[in-house]
Write a protein that binds this ligand. Sequence first.
Ligand SMILES: [Zn+2]
Ligand SMILES: [Zn+2]
Length: 287
Amino acid sequence: MGWTLFGSSASPDLSGDSSGSLRAFVLGTGSSGNSLLVEADGVRILVDAGLGPRQLEARLAALGVPLDRGAGRLAIDAIVPTHHHGDHFGGVEKIARALQCPVYLHRGIHAPRVRARFEVRDYDMGRRFHIGSLEVTAEHVPHDAPQVALRVASKEHALGIATDVGRPTHALTALLAACDAALVEANHCSEMLAFGPYPMRLRQRVGGGFGHLSNAQTAELAAKLVGSRLGRIYLGHLSRSNNTPERALETVASAAPRMNVSVLPHGSVCALEIRRSKAFQLALPFD
Ligand SMILES: [Zn+2]
Ligand SMILES: [Zn+2]
């Protein structure tokens, strides 16, 4: 247990390539572009595509993950955007075109151009679906566009992704409690937002119930998750104007002392560590 500060130079753990293991690589987090590659048993999905294909390839290369998998295999098997805001959706068309991969959309995502031009597979929020061997659960969360938090599970591991969340919900807590690790938004410090450079309307939008999670809200959520399967939280989608990595980390880690909390500064490119906590294995030996 402890606090870790991840920077863009964090090196990936490429050793966990055994059957059923889940690997995840953050390729961007924050308003300048969000994207996360999740991989297990030869299936790769891209959660959010706020980057273009060239950035995607360069950032994967920096992590030692080649985009080209050869032998006729798709470089990425699916793009799963959480919602249609540009920092999550802006690269969907270019990446789908470049990599010829399908796009999974929930019915709240308004994307007529993508539906007209690319292979789209619709899914319903609150239902599980599969992409190859990966099981994906999408839970609706409040935001100012129809938005989901995701749980992506392999045979061994489960990763939660919850950014752009206006306020925590019971369903979100339950979704994250069933994960081994999660990327969770700690967007802003409420005091910095209140006295920061944003105009009033934008402050109200970001801090409102359909905006983004504050450090304090994420801390409250993390405290509820202590003792669950979730052993590690990565804080992401930090505001550059209204937060600092140190504030986010201190606020959340102090509220959840038995949780392993790390922070991903704006624009981080790094591998995430996903492992089952020993306590959970002991508690549920037959799971
Ligand atoms: Zn966003
Ligand atoms: Zn958003």
